[in-house]
Design a binder for this molecule. Structure first.
Ligand code: C2E
Ligand code: MG
Ligand code: MG
Length: 627
């Protein structure tokens, strides 16, 4: 039976690596039981009035394995501390103590106490006072208890190690070693990401370098996973940072648990030799492990990870479903240095992200796709600056009499060499890079300008319709942008329709409601675009303050050939109209399709039957009969 325990990535790297792995809660081969002794236990006494701290401190301190006492009687703090013998006292700088001096000063002056004191300071003045008094540690407002708890843990460990030294029950050498471990722990807080408690990117790079060196020596392989999430940014924006931190901490725990489970799993392969998880940044995690034998081990961990991360997370009474994306690269096969290896796993993760989730092994196409995206992003920047983006328009006509009621503005991008880039390609890139806010602002301004120009030329088109991306809606300034575009062109709000794609904008996102209500209050028309392509429950239609339903062309295409398509289209039209919505069918290419729409009672249509999207001038003639 092979040894399946997780081993330190490189045994000769000594105690620091062992400590790192321990802090990941990945079992290491422990040859030093004392390390365990100082890693748990310890009592902290907290004297403070700050209500936030009284709420959060006990939570995070106990999570760091510390017993917490919060006596409210700080006037008798000295007596209480002497009786209870804590390993650390955390005290607010502003509290008065006995002898007409500040409490923390009295605590520091009490020679018989010998307990490290951490002072909480709310102002620069308090900090300079505390610095003068030389307590063990000083923390300043805003109090990040997740981080402070780590510092408290390290302080308690150091205190314990010193106590053991004083007891001199052990050899001086052993005690020094313990103090050393505590010192390393203290130092290691710089290597950890405070929210998840996992190693940060710098530390991860360091672990990877050592892992790769170990693989070079022992002939094993090493795999790196980069873990990201679809729409995670949106979750953060929607729930606020505090809740998002709780989610991240939960994800960090899930990653550590997965490594633990992998360690315990009996059924596959010859085993994982070393493992570590890390927080790479606010939205991405890293995971590395070395293994011997075939790739079954990688696949098994990958499946376990995806399964574990797909479980719902309960935060603040809400159930959050994350959609994890995994990118995998292997050493030495895919890259030979830390930077490239991580970069390739990251590219593979982004690839998985653009496919909506799941996992992706790195391959050369991954790089090509990433490079292509970067190139498009770069060119798009230039296009915006050089005004190479234009709008094409497609008429929207009434089904009953064929009169034009509106025109939909559609983005066009022509490269200097004449190649047209489809919005299906560049809109997602613009969304990912954040450029969509600027692009979208251009579309709004230009479409409104064009409508005003048509009206000046005597074309009384009721409204112009503009596609809006989720990224724009998320931008706090969007309502203002809309208002500005209207005012600058002296247009009434109902001259503008905003199309929100069911798949791209509304999918699973109920917290856009406030923004939609604000737009509705402004008086613009709101349309659900591509209706039928999302997977939202029909019931959500009732909740949204929309006026128009645009049925996706995939339902219209077969309305003559296939009885089922006609039945579905008919049901959609009826549903929309029952909800009081104006129903538009997209992608009408033949007269037969239009005839069927007439019998189904659809309100309006657009499609190649009337015109392909074209420049404003080219389409003006078709809009003249507008009313
Ligand atoms: P969409 O808003 O659903 O636009 C309709 C798409 O169907 C357009 O593709 C249009 O050219 C095409 N189309 C219209 N009639 C027919 C027809 O009869 N048959 C067929 N086969 N296709 C037809 P386009 O211009 O390539 O745009 C694709 C998508 O890109 C749009 O879908 C929209 O989601 C997005 N898009 C375009 N412009 C913008 C924009 O300014 N902002 C944002 N956020 N998205 C945009
Ligand atoms: Mg549209
Ligand atoms: Mg559409």
């Amino acid at each position: 039976m092979p040894d399946r325990r997780v081993q330190p990535a490189a045994n000769d790297d000594g105690i620091e690596l062992t400590q790192t792995l321990r802090s990941l809660r990945v079992p290491v081969v422990a040859n030093d039981p004392e390390i365990d002794e100082i890693a748990a236990g310890g009592k902290v006494m907290l004297f403070c009035r700050d209500s936030g701290s009284r709420k959060w401190a006990p939570r995070w301190l106990s999570q760091a394995g510390l017993e917490v006492r919060t006596p409210s009687d700080h006037r008798n703090a000295l007596t209480i501390a002497r009786e209870e013998r804590p390993d650390l006292i955390i005290v607010e700088a502003g509290l008065d103590g006995p002898d007409d001096q500040l409490l923390y000063r009295s605590l520091l002056d009490a020679a018989d106490l010998e307990v490290p004191v951490m002072v909480m300071c709310a102002s620069a003045r308090e900090i300079s006072g505390a610095v003068e008094a030389e307590p063990f540690d000083i923390v300043r407002k805003p109090y990040e208890w997740q981080v402070i708890a780590r510092r408290a843990r390290a302080a308690v460990d150091l205190h314990t190690a010193r106590g053991q030294l004083a007891d001199s029950k052990q050899t001086v050498e052993k005690a020094l070693e313990l103090a050393d471990v505590a010192r390393i722990k203290l130092r290691s807080r710089e290597s950890f990401e405070p929210v998840t408690g996992l190693p940060n990117k710098t530390k991860f790079n360091d672990l990877l370098t050592r892992g790769m060196a170990a693989v070079d020596r022992d002939g094993n392989k090493l795999a790196v996973f980069v873990v990201g999430f679809n729409r995670f940014r949106l979750v953060v924006e929607a729930m606020g940072q505090e809740h998002a931190d709780l989610i991240l901490a939960e994800v960090g725990r899930a990653l550590s648990d997965c490594l633990l489970e992998t360690d315990r799993a009996e059924e596959t392969g010859p085993g994982i030799k070393a493992a570590a998880a890390a927080s790479l940044d606010q939205f991405r995690f890293g995971l590395m492990f070395s293994y011997s034998g075939d790739e079954a081990e990688v696949r098994s961990l990958q499946q376990r990870l995806l399964e574990r991360l797909s479980r719902p997370i309960q935060i603040a009474g809400q159930t959050i479903y994350l959609s994890a994306c995994l990118g995998i690269a292997e050493y030495p096969g895919d890259a030979r240095d830390v930077h490239s290896l991580l970069q390739r796993a990251d590219n593979a993760m982004r690839d998985a992200q653009s496919r909506g989730g799941g996992f992706k092994y790195y391959c050369t196409e991954t790089d090509q796709a990433a490079a292509r995206k970067l190139r498009i992003e770069h060119m798009l920047h230039e296009a915006l600056d050089q005004r190479d983006l234009t709008l094409a328009y497609q008429p929207i006509n009434r089904v009953s009499d064929g009169a034009p009621v509106a025109a939909e503005a559609l983005l066009r991008w022509t490269l200097p060499d004449g190649t047209a880039v489809s919005p299906g390609v560049f809109v997602p890139v613009a969304e990912e890079s954040g450029l969509m806010v600027r692009v979208g602002e251009f579309v709004l301004a230009e479409a409104c300008r064009q409508l005003a120009a048509w009206r000046t030329a005597g074309i009384e088109l009721p409204y112009v319709s503009v596609n809006v991306s989720r990224v724009q809606l998320r931008n706090g300034d969007f309502v203002n942008q809309v208002q500005n575009a209207l005012t600058r062109n002296s247009l009434a709000p109902d001259s503008l329709e905003l199309e929100l794609s069911e798949r791209g904008v509304l999918a699973g996102d109920t917290d856009l409601l406030d923004q939609l209500r604000a737009l509705k209050a402004l008086g613009v028309r709101l349309a659900i675009d591509d209706f039928g392509t999302g997977d939202s429950a029909i019931a959500y239609l009732k909740e949204l303050p929309v006026d128009v339903l645009k049925i996706d062309q995939s339902y219209v295409r077969g309305i003559n050939a296939d009885g089922k398509d006609a039945a579905i289209a008919s049901a959609m039209i009826a549903l929309g109209q029952r909800l009081g919505l104006y129903v538009v069918a997209e992608g009408i290419e033949t007269a037969d399709q239009l005839e069927t729409l007439k019998t189904l009672g659809c309100d309006a249509f657009q499609g190649f039957l009337i015109a392909r999207p074209a420049a404003a001038d080219a389409i003006s003639g078709l809009l003249e009969s507008a009313s």
